[in-house]
Design a protein around this ligand. Structure first.
Ligand SMILES: Nc1ncnc2c1ncn2[C@@H]1O[C@H](COP(=O)(O)OP(=O)(O)OP(=O)(O)O)[C@@H](O)[C@H]1O
Ligand SMILES: [Mg+2]
Length: 242
């Protein structure tokens, strides 16, 4: 469903963020990208919806080389939960959730009905929370709205960049539980970035362990836990590490 073929991203200042990366995410599969800060996870993700263009190599989504796909059309098929959530502060929770359906021309009532359904799905009662503004929510609730918003147009592909990164471990575990439950109901192809190896193992069908711009290991959770090819001191994995 998502395929990277020898993808490299070099920034104008000479930083190589992603180095000759090849991997594939099968349809309906959830792959977690885990690794230390600055190793190229967000860059990898943003190349899938063409917010960043690779320097070389090719990326395919659903068999199509995305270099030839109009970015706006591409992004309609790809839900995106950005690092730091990024809700619009001046829009209500309901309207934040309805952002993409509204953008792609759904009637207002239909977009809002869909948004209410999604808020319910992520555990936020739309009657209570729909009319609030993001600043009137807790960190965990905001992250749920970010997930609901990404699901609103029912895209087959989801990109999630540390979606549960900004909350304490207890809330994070709740969000993970809900996400696992939700995923059984709505089957998507997901690329999920995290700093947290426990989260990567818990949620991933397979795990890509990143080093600097490269995948060091790509395997099922049991194999990554059982036979790590690379030893990194947990303290170097950033504030959310375990
Ligand atoms: N516009 C840019 N110009 C130059 N270098 C950049 C630019 N954007 C990102 N980088 C560098 O590319 C590397 C990869 O960045 P990226 O955001 O992909 O890391 P990450 O793995 O998502 O890190 P984190 O876990 O902290 O979010 C970093 O060294 C970063 O400093
Ligand atoms: Mg990042």
């Amino acid at each position: 469903m998502i395929r990277f073929e020898q993808v490299t991203k070099r920034y104008p200042d000479g930083t190589t963020a992603v180095d000759d990366l090849s991997f594939e995410v099968a349809e309906g599969e959830l792959v977690t990208l885990v690794g230390p800060s600055g190793c190229g996870k967000t860059t990898t993700m943003m190349m899938v919806n063409r917010l960043i263009e690779p320097t070389s190599g090719r990326i395919f989504v659903n068999g199509e080389d995305i270099a030839g796909v109009d970015p706006v059309r591409l992004r309609r098929r790809i839900g995106y939960v950005i690092q730091q959530v990024g809700l619009f502060p001046h829009r209500t929770v309901l309207d934040n959730t309805a952002t993409v359906p509204a953008l792609i021309g759904w009637k207002k009532a239909k977009a809002r009905a869909r948004a209410a359904e999604l808020l319910d799905l992520v555990g936020l009662d739309p009657k209570t929370y729909g009319s609030r503004y993001p600043e009137q929510l807790s960190g965990g609730q905001r992250q749920r709205v970010g997930v609901a918003r990404a699901l609103a147009a029912d895209p087959p592909v989801l990109l999630m960049d540390e979606p549960f990164g900004a909350v304490d471990p207890v809330v994070r575990e709740q969000l993970q539980d809900e996400f696992l439950r939700m995923r059984r109901a709505v089957r998507k192809t997901v690329l999920f970035v995290t700093h947290d190896i426990e989260e990567a193992v818990r949620l991933g069908d397979r795990i890509a362990v990143y080093g600097q711009g490269r995948i060091e290991q790509f395997d099922i959770p049991g194999a990554v836990l059982g036979a790590p090819r690379r030893r990194t001191s947990p303290s170097s994995w950033g504030p959310t590490a375990v």
